[in-house]
Design a protein around this ligand. Structure first.
Ligand code: DC
Length: 218
């Protein structure tokens, strides 16, 4: 049977995952956080001290790694790593890992396989452009860099990490640059995506905009 897919892309901290989770709940779709998959791979490579320029080793480790999303949680080799993938150390390294061609190839394949079998809301950077170019609905979520940094700051604080706000602005700017300037599947709005700036909107306002566009999903 034909599966429905909604692609939600945009830069870090724009609110994609909060929105995607809510939409998935409201419409009974499976929520797939593809950023969590890149983070889980990063965690594994960091744990195993794999030099990122060692293609053979990255490939060998990845070939022996199981990444799964079960009930909205991310599992690395059968262990829940929801918390471990959100540490500053993973934040600092994930863009480099996400730029590795073999990592992208492996995760894109896995993401397509999931979308083949399920009705999904998938959030990431390249969902509308690369992973699911034929998705029924595509959204590109943005917000000003200060607002995105503020949200990331609150998230880190909630999880017990203390960072300077200015540092986060700097790091997000660096991450934006790396994600949008990398050669392979850069962060980019798909031509047919609806763009939503969430800077001065609360979650419910944005949800209502999205619901208005996907009315046909019952
Ligand atoms: O959304 P996030 O901050 O959890 O994403 C973590 C990193 O993974 C970010 O640097 C961009 C990258 N990423 C990607 O390249 N492609 C995706 N589909 C999702 C995330």
């Amino acid at each position: 049977m034909h599966k429905i897919s909604i692609a939600i892309d945009g830069p870090a901290g724009a609110g994609k995952s909060t929105l995607a989770k809510k939409i998935a709940n409201l419409k009974n779709l499976l929520y797939i956080d593809t950023g969590a998959m890149y983070r889980a791979v990063t965690l594994k490579l960091l744990r195993e001290n794999v030099p990122l320029d060692n293609y053979e080793l990255v490939k060998r480790v990845l070939d022996n790694t199981i990444i799964e999303i079960i009930n909205g949680s991310i599992f690395l080799d059968n262990v829940n790593v929801d918390k471990e993938i959100r540490t500053p150390k993973v934040n600092e390294n994930v863009s480099k890992v996400a730029a590795l061609p073999f990592v992208r190839e492996t995760l894109v394949k896995l993401q397509r396989k999931i979308a083949d079998k399920n009705n999904v809301v998938m959030d990431g950077r390249d969902i509308g452009t690369k992973v699911l170019p034929n998705a029924e609905y595509k959204f590109f979520i943005t917000a000003s860099i200060e607002e995105r940094a503020r949200r990331r700051y609150e998230e880190l604080k909630k999880n017990g990490y203390h960072c300077s706000f200015n540092d986060i602005v700097k790091k997000i700017a660096e991450r934006d640059k790396m994600d949008s300037e990398r050669k392979l599947d850069p962060l980019k709005k798909a031509d047919d995506a609806v763009i939503i700036d969430t800077t001065n909107k609360n979650i419910d306002e944005v949800i209502n905009i999205i619901l208005g566009k996907i009315e046909s999903i019952k």
